[in-house]
Write a protein that binds this ligand. Structure first.
Ligand code: AKG
Length: 256
């Protein structure tokens, strides 16, 4: 057993009550700075792209993204299995932690797109709701940079009706302004349930906001429908996949 702690009992009970927990200083400021440089280097190599949600397009805002970053830089392969991260995930999910997908975001200065309030559930619904996200902050994310905002305890409402192509929540009930801001420092990580109502505001500051978001689940949890696949999905980051199914090559699955 590793000596690296996951969550204290207080942090775990905070998570269960509120649906999220911020772990301060999961990475050192030096490590965060190095990952930040990697994210910006990937963005530089891949050129301009934008992941602004349909419901907030047309306001001259942008957000740069790239999925499955561990296929772009080995630094992120190492980060995905970093025990400081996986042990927190184990404290929440259980001993076995499986990768669903990863994605980096850079919210550019002054016009970094917001994320309307939403649950992640409708994108990749699962039977047991074991899915969590962790947002790793590679630079400071104060409120004016468009930090994460949440409705604490909303994960207890279960799956909620979602609207439009980006599955956002009704804007009259779940306003961005009414949500609790969770400002973070470089090196902090915020873990949250895929049922938590969350979003984030515009980056109106003069600095980019740079993050990596990783979705994780219990391998015994079953997707309720196909879709939202990703390269590397199913990779075990901690523990084992207890499946007793016979080994199959990936191309056999596709042919089935
Ligand atoms: O990075 C953020 O501010 C939120 C991202 C998010 O909610 C998502 O990608 O589902």
């Amino acid at each position: 057993m590793s000596a690296i702690p996951g969550l204290t009992p207080e942090q775990l009970s905070f998570y269960h009550k509120n649906g999220y927990v911020r772990v301060a200083g999961l990475l050192s400021p030096e490590e965060a700075a190095a990952y930040r440089a990697e994210v910006h280097a990937i963005a530089e190599r891949q050129g301009s792209n934008d992941a602004t949600w349909e419901s907030v397009r047309g306001q001259d805002t942008r957000i740069t993204h790239c999925h499955d970053v561990q296929f772009r830089s080995a630094a992120f392969t190492r980060l995905l299995v970093d025990e400081r991260l996986t042990r927190v995930a184990q404290a929440i999910i259980g001993p076995n932690v499986q990768l669903h997908h990863s994605k980096m975001f850079i919210k550019p200065p002054e016009k970094g797109s917001p994320f309307p309030m939403h649950q992640d559930f409708p994108y990749f619904p699962h039977r047991d709701h074991s899915m969590i996200a962790v947002i790793l902050h590679f630079d400071d994310a104060p409120e004016e940079k468009g930090c994460l905002r949440v409705y604490p305890g909303s994960h207890k409402l279960g799956p909620l009706p979602a609207i439009g192509a980006d599955h956002h929540l009704p804007e009259d009930r779940f306003t961005l302004d009414g949500a609790t801001p969770i400002p973070a420092k470089a090196g902090d990580a915020i873990f949250f349930s895929y049922l938590l109502a969350h979003g984030s505001g515009l980056n109106i500051s003069g600095e980019p906001r740079t993050t990596l978001l990783v979705q994780l689940r219990d391998p015994a949890d079953l997707p309720l429908r196909e879709g939202h696949g990703s390269r590397g999905q199913g990779m075990m980051l901690a523990g084992i996949d207890p499946s007793t199914e016979e080994f199959r090559f990936a191309w056999e699955d596709k042919a089935a």
